[in-house]
Write a protein that binds this ligand. Structure first.
Ligand code: IPM
Ligand code: MN
Length: 350
């Protein structure tokens, strides 16, 4: 039995999570799996009511779960940073989810803004470091609010953090066994300390994987190539902030936020799965938002839990649903949110 903590969160989070759970219930009945879902009400509404993001004692409660399934975090009435740091980043850091795994895969019948690119051209995975870099939250102000103000935000790169991320990426590339190519995305020409560490560790670990091509691209160049030659990429490993940026580009390339999912992975602990788009306040409660990213996140969860057969059957069902849909954006799918969820659930077979 899998114990799954469900955090629907803000905005359209609850609507899309409901469709993911619908798919998981159906998977459970077909594959004789058992899920115990427990909902946690973290998010903007709770914060506005109680001033609380996640109570510290809850982190230990969450440690006892097999996985966390998250909808969206972000509320128009809460100052940017509070919920992100207090909930999303807090979970990533406290549960040491040191990998953020973001597949960029164009499915058939999904429109990409890239001219003449087909599903066989767009199929790579970004392995984003998820607990360090510019996200570490270290820094401060000096003379705040004066003309002499100094604001410092430090970028943390630890040998341990860099190495475990790079090792994960090599293992992942090997297991994926597609083109056996791993690209390090960094900025070694400017960040001559931090990314020197990344580059050294990358090549050290690469020597243990002679069958994997160790490739390198600067972050600025990679944004060009993701648009011009996405077929060059198999797996990309990168730092937290660069990974954040290039995966939004990746999401567009694969057909939009409506379909992009991610996993915050602690390979030795509790992982958390989420659609990578935000809480989309303007679509909240309208039954218009695309739930496929959230359903894909549930599919990743199955995969990481080791239920590979169930995961690939859910992926097939997602592809089947895509065959019926008119578009990926909210309001132009040809179906409502819950109807898309029904299409997927009905398409799940053994
Ligand atoms: C993401 C988001 C988060 C991030 C924000 C909401 C803190 O953009 O998951 O990519 O920057 O990691
Ligand atoms: Mn982001």
């Amino acid at each position: 039995m899998y114990k799954v903590a469900v955090i629907p969160g803000d905005g359209t989070g609850p609507e899309v999570v409901a469709e993911g759970l619908k798919a998981l219930e159906r998977i459970a009945s077909i594959y004789s799996l058992e899920f115990e879902f427990r909902e946690f009400d973290y998010g903007g509404d709770r914060y506005l009511r109680t001033g609380e993001t996640i109570p510290d004692s809850d982190i230990d409660v969450l440690r006892d779960y097999n996985a966390i399934y998250l909808g969206a975090i972000g509320h128009p009435d809460v100052k940017p940073g509070i919920l992100e740091k207090g909930i999303l980043l807090n979970l990533r850091f406290s549960l040491d989810q040191y990998i953020n795994l973001r597949p960029v895969k164009l499915y058939p019948n999904v429109e990409t803004p890239l001219a003449n690119k087909k599903p066989e051209d767009i199929d790579f995975v970004v392995v984003r470091e998820n607990t360090e870099g510019l996200y570490a939250g270290i820094g401060g102000f000096l003379k705040k609010g004066t003309p002499d103000e100094v604001a410092i935000q430090e970028m943390i790169n630890t040998r341990k953090g860099v190495e475990r991320c790079i090792r994960y990426a090599f293992e992942f590339t090997k297991k994926r066994n597609k083109n056996n190519k791993l690209t390090l995305c960094a900025k070694t020409n400017v960040l001559t300390y931090a990314h020197d560490l990344w580059d050294r560790v990358f090549h050290e670990v690469a020597s243990e994987y002679p069958d994997i091509q160790a490739d390198y691209a600067h972050v600025d160049a990679i944004t060009m190539w993701m648009v011009k030659n996405p077929e060059w990429f198999d797996v990309i490993v990168t730092t937290n902030m660069f990974g954040d940026i290039i995966t939004d580009l990746g999401a567009m390339v694969q057909g939009g936020m409506g379909i992009a999912a991610g996993g915050n992975i602690n390979p030795e602990g509790v992982s958390m799965f989420e659609p990578i788009g935000g809480s989309a306040p303007k679509y909240t409660g309208k039954n218009k938002i695309n739930p496929l990213a959230a359903i894909s996140a549930a599919q990743m969860m199955l995969d990481i839990l080791g239920e590979e057969e169930a995961s690939s059957s859910l992926e097939k069902a997602i592809i089947a649903a895509l065959g019926e849909m008119k578009g990926m954006s909210a309001g132009s799918m040809g179906f409502t949110t819950s109807e898309v969820g029904d299409l997927v659930a009905q398409a799940i077979t053994r």
